[in-house]
Design a protein around this ligand. Sequence first.
Ligand code: FAD
Ligand code: EPU
Length: 371
Amino acid sequence: MRNFSRYNCPTPSPRAGFLRLLPLSITIQHDVSLRGLNTFGIEARAARLARVTSIESLRELQASKDWSAGPRLILGGGSNIVFAGDFEGLVVRLAMSGRSLLDSDGTAWRLRLAAGEPWHAAVMWTLAQGWPGLENLALIPGTCGAAPIQNIGAYGIELAERFESLEAMEVDSGRLVTLDRDACAFAYRDSLFKGRGRDQYVITAITLRLPRPWQPRLDYGDVRSMLARQNILAPSAPDVAHTIIQIRQDKLPDPAQLGNAGSFFKNPVVDANTCARLREQEPGLVAHAQTDGSFKLAAGWLIDRCGWKGRRWGVEGRAAVHERQALVLVNRGGASGAELLALAAAIVADVAARFGVELEIEPTVVGSEGA
Ligand code: FAD
Ligand code: EPU
């Protein structure tokens, strides 16, 4: 962190029509390393970086010349980002905190979580309070504000099923808006914010609705069998969370030990004819029927079948495919975003050549080759 500059400007008061006389100040850091701010541990630099802890300071920043001077990147926990190069713009780290129960009745608990709250800690907090419903989404890294971006999902549940609305700031107008579930257009690893709403909103808080009475969601075979092995016949929500945490710890590398961004590719969805053709070719194919008649294929299985599991790539094999989960690319130390993306491109080409299926990258690619 070499240079610092500060800017001061008046900011709108919570009472509309008045300008706040006491200036708020936000520190803008210049030429900052992003290595500690992405779970891949990729070394990249940001031209400018601001950490924002309140909606007021976010709006202050939005009204400043720093906001409009060049590209912007909203950053949460950096667990779904690949820096392909340096970012020649303003990185805005969202760090607003606050979690509260809005109300509860016989039908649901309603919660508000500020964007900067770490997701997993929020899940564990709800369970400790006796408000079940998020347990299947335990141990997903990142922030609550990023959870709607790709509609996080795991072990048979997606955020959309517990989502009521979100609060956001429009990036161009600075206007605060509330978007309900329909407006967010959630789908598998997808939402408004990855499509036509991309780069249009800064999410500042989410409101979730946890239905009562609680029903455990044990659709996932791994979860059922792990509970059975532990002789847990009627699991509580914390039992489900702890089981899922164990499964995840067995399968997925801890970013604190080995840089990664979770699944590097989405699981591809194909029509019934394609699935039948592939099953003929590969009797062991892992495919799950969807309600609309399509099939979701396990990308990890396709990549594994192409022989990529555990393979190393690039300078000194620094970019690699994880040894236990072929869907996860890892940084074994010093890999650049470009090396990881070159490895990804080789995998995409192999899977396309062997199965005729196109894999799509899940994380956001940012930097000289990305946004
Ligand atoms: P970031 O990586 O900081 O940002 C991701 C994207 O969201 C970027 O485009 C960013 O610009 C945008 N963004 C972030 N915050 C905001 C905001 N407040 N407003 C507007 N835009 C914003 N994901 C799953 O769905 N299921 C899993 O099971 C899962 N497991 C994982 C396991 C591991 C080990 C890792 C490393 C990742 C895993 N992920 C999983 C991916 C990741 O944790 C999620 O996508 C998470 O929601 C990203 O949160 P983040 O705060 O780190 O987002
Ligand atoms: N498989 C292999 N070889 C591998 C990896 C997987 O054969 O190397 C097979 C497994 O045996 C299993 C199937 O593929 O039959 C699916 O594997 P797994 O249960 O590990 O789940 P996944 O489809 O690879 C998805 C999500 C994860 C989420 C888990 C649990 C996507 C892209 N990934 O992984 O989300 O945690 O299911 O629900 O949908 C993420 O998005 O970052 C992420 C980690």
